[in-house]
Design a protein around this ligand. Sequence first.
Ligand SMILES: Nc1ncnc2c1ncn2[C@@H]1O[C@H](COP(=O)(O)OP(=O)(O)OP(=O)(O)O)[C@@H](O)[C@H]1O
Ligand SMILES: [Mg+2]
Length: 410
Amino acid sequence: MSHQERGKLIIGLDIGTTKICTVVGEVLDGQVDIIGVGSHPSVGMRKGVVVNIESTVKSIEKAMHEAEMMAGCDITSVYVGIAGSHVSGQNSHGVIAVKNREISRDDIDKVVENAKAIPLGQDQSVIHVLPQQFHVDGRGGIQDPLGMTGVRLEAEVHIVTGSVTAVHNIIKCCNRAGLEVDDVVLEPIASAEAVLTPEEMELGVALLDIGGGTTDLAVFSENCIQRTFVLGIGGNNLTNDLSIGLRTPMKDAERLKEKFGCAIAAMINKDQAIEVPSVGGRKSRRLSQRVMGDILEPRMEEMLTLVNHELVSSGVKPLITAGVVLTGGTAMLTNIVELAEQIFDLPVRIGYPRKIGGVTDIVNTPQCATGVGLVVYGMKSESRSVSTVLEQKGIGGLARKIKGLFGRIM
Ligand SMILES: Nc1ncnc2c1ncn2[C@@H]1O[C@H](COP(=O)(O)OP(=O)(O)OP(=O)(O)O)[C@@H](O)[C@H]1O
Ligand SMILES: [Mg+2]
């Protein structure tokens, strides 16, 4: 397949901890137009992992239906996102002798397969095998060695693995909602497709998606993925801290966070007062707005410091010259950019989905980056020969097998 057909529909399904978002993209000449969006609160997910299949299926169906109504289409298959602390990423290396001196597609498949041979835990399966670069007879920096002459072919790849059970549950939920799975994609890799610029990816950049249940990281430089990381904390921890600290119900804590929350306490005028509802039928109280920062700042600082520690300890911090791009709902917390710049000591910006057409105003938030990114990822993987071949050896192949296993139940 060399190019997309005109008007091909590609659907992204972001099953988040707090919301399920369906994005329908129409691909025309390599350009994506968003023609339908559906969003529904997520019930049945915890920290990015399915904990209740029935509730998750119902939420998926509602988000699907909304997107179908808007786009005027029937959705039959999706690119679905995955995250959760069961996911981990590592770099690996493979080497083979080239058969006939000229490197064939078969040789590329073989060297990648060789690099994929890493010890896996019993409950682990490969989600992605992402080639970083190839070396031919010791000469590196090669993106696609097809047709080159040499005797020794080496591949450097980034391998993302995840729990088989968690992956199967995601696929099972989709199947039960009447959907086939085109591929399972690590969420920060999808978000990166939606918001990063080619210059950032070349220069070195970290994509940090702070959602409700997880904080996901993907680091790119020289146009390759260098590192992925998922942390099992997110915006829900901030809401929880507020609920406990202010002794207020979770739903009020959530509302107060979105309206008055701030990542830097000193930026809040302490003379400003807010009304805080109480629990157990007690009267609401008036407190200084500064208290929001007093509670949120230390938790936000802790989360970002953990990410910074990961960047340093994995050795990729020096690579991210272009800085950090924030996505996910928590990126909308007031002054988060300033706090992140202090902690990372790098430029930080918020990532909005870019280079798309259609109903852009609806998806123009950092929260929609994963949903839009899944569509962009789907478009690229359907038009890219190398990646498609490799993906089939990862979870793409697994997804296809699973389709047959579960079938359409509902
Ligand atoms: N204005 C705001 N200020 C602070 N936080 C916000 C704001 N708006 C949304 N959030 C937070 O964003 C989080 C939801 O983000 P998002 O939709 O990206 O998560 P998700 O994709 O459902 O979850 P995950 O990716 O972790 O599984 C919630 O914790 C919510 O409180
Ligand atoms: Mg998310």
